[in-house]
Design a protein around this ligand. Structure first.
Ligand SMILES: [Zn+2]
Length: 247
């Protein structure tokens, strides 16, 4: 089995080993998940849930040198354990984070990403993490690595779901987080996006194909595929009418 981000996870596991001398909490490498995330500014998070450690690093650090990532791991783990971070690690992190080059990049990211704040997978009605876990178990043998799952911030979006491979993120339209939308339809939209993870885009003659025949045939195997298509048509028709009325 492939071990995504093994190197990053090892860096965090080391930080735990060195900072947590009391051995109260020393997660195994397999219990640590590290991902880069397109935060609007310079921002990183670490949290523990059910014994697993979830780390999200600003994607501005994707090109950071190894010693900076190591320093950042120490700072985050120290924060989590309410310990004082080692001075030298703090210095290494700051030298990089406050370099003119990074400040420029983070400024740009803030402006471009604007209000694209990090939202939660838990909506008012549906919880994307729960639905993901169920679909993963049922159709992917539980083997799919969880991407970042999020509801879109703005309600009016022309697309219902989107998979961003570069940022390992699935975004589902907030319009579906409603009691008027059946859960199986939300499930289908998420299932479709999960298939994009399983079947990466193929490039043929310089063109990118997202819905390959393998993708399509697996999608058609979804038990409520036909019903979902009908609902999809209804949604599209409704939107079209709304637009016509507004025009
Ligand atoms: Zn698609």
């Amino acid at each position: 089995m492939s071990q995504p981000n093994l190197h990053l996870r090892r860096v965090f596991s080391d930080a735990f080993r060195q900072l947590e001398r009391g051995r109260r909490f020393r997660p195994d490498i397999s219990d640590i998940e590290v991902k880069f995330y397109p935060y609007a500014g310079l921002h990183h998070t670490i949290r523990v849930r059910a014994g697993r450690v979830y780390v999200r690093l600003s994607d501005l650090f994707q090109t950071a040198p190894p010693e900076v990532i190591r320093a950042l791991a120490f700072l985050l783990v120290a924060r989590l354990l309410s310990r004082k971070a080692p001075r030298d690690q703090e210095r290494i992190y700051r030298a990089f984070a406050f370099s003119p080059q990074l400040l420029r990049a983070s400024d740009l990211a803030r402006r471009q990403r604007g209000r694209k704040v990090v939202s939660s997978a838990r909506g008012t009605v549906y919880d994307l993490e729960k639905i993901f876990a169920r679909l993963n178990r049922r159709y992917f043998d539980g083997k799919m690595e969880k991407p970042v799952l999020t509801w879109s911030q703005r309600r009016a979006r022309s697309i219902l779901g989107h998979h961003d491979a570069a940022h390992d993120t699935i975004t589902i339209s907030k319009t579906l987080d409603s009691r008027e939308v059946p859960e199986w339809f939300v499930e289908y939209i998420l299932f479709h996006e999960m298939l994009h993870i399983k079947h990466p885009a193929r490039i043929i003659n310089g063109r990118r194909y997202y819905h390959t025949s393998a993708f399509r045939s697996e999608e058609k195997g979804y038990p409520r595929y036909q019903q979902a298509q009908e609902w999809l048509e209804r949604v599209m028709r409704k939107r079209h009418e709304l637009r016509a009325r507004a025009a």
